[in-house]
Ligand binder design. Sequence first.
Ligand SMILES: [Zn+2]
Length: 284
Amino acid sequence: MPGASLVLTVDVEEWFHVCGHPVYDVPERWESFPSRVVPSTGRILELLERTSSHATFFVLGWVARRYPDLVRRIAEGGHEVACHGDLHRRANTMTEQEFRADVRAAKASLEEAGGTRVTAYRAPEWSLRSTSSPHLSTLVEEGFRVDSSLLAVPPIGEPGNPRVPTVLSTSAGDLLEVPPLVGTLFGWPAMLGGGWTSRFSREARVTAAVEAALSRGESPVLYLHPWEVDEEHPSMELSPIARLVHFGARGRVVPRLSRLLARHRSVSLAEAFPAGCVHREVAA
Ligand SMILES: [Zn+2]
């Protein structure tokens, strides 16, 4: 088993891909919003290049069809191209047929654009929710080897979801579940791998959780979105809480990530978990 590594993941979507929002969650309107995904993803790619780091980029099929050059640039940078679904629909709101059609369309668009095989999936908003999701076996049937969609933090996920990379035995075969870094805040489980709870946490707390995972031989998985690093992010119609979740402490993302990558070069999920290699195995 190789040593543990810092794993970086990026959910490549536009700033307006907000599940359930009455204004933004309407695919027919997406062409009318200013696109920011190419320059903001480019900022992340440049940061990775400066630190000789790699990442897994979970890209929407919709983005791949509009900007195939971006997907090609990701692949040519030595990064892993992975799947964030096609139209950023929550997985747990789709029937089995709808979910299969969504991931199949996205995978085809991503493989055509990037020229690489796509075998890792992350649901929008961690929306597989639980190891009992029937969509996990659909992922195996559709050619996926790795999922990174389960969070052990209620109410978004179940407390019993894996906190370390774990092989789930589905009816269609094994699927490696790789969750994001989870720690504790005020005694409660909290996402430290990314998102607003990580941005609002003290940097020392996040860094300590990363170092502790590495010292245990567990690869900590961090995540971010291109819109979190966009210095020309358009204004949005959001409730005060949603505004805090989306915009709060965004200015910390790039400086913190730069300092972390200067200490630990990051790798992709494919590099951290070559086929058949995990830290711990349990049945789902
Ligand atoms: Zn997303």
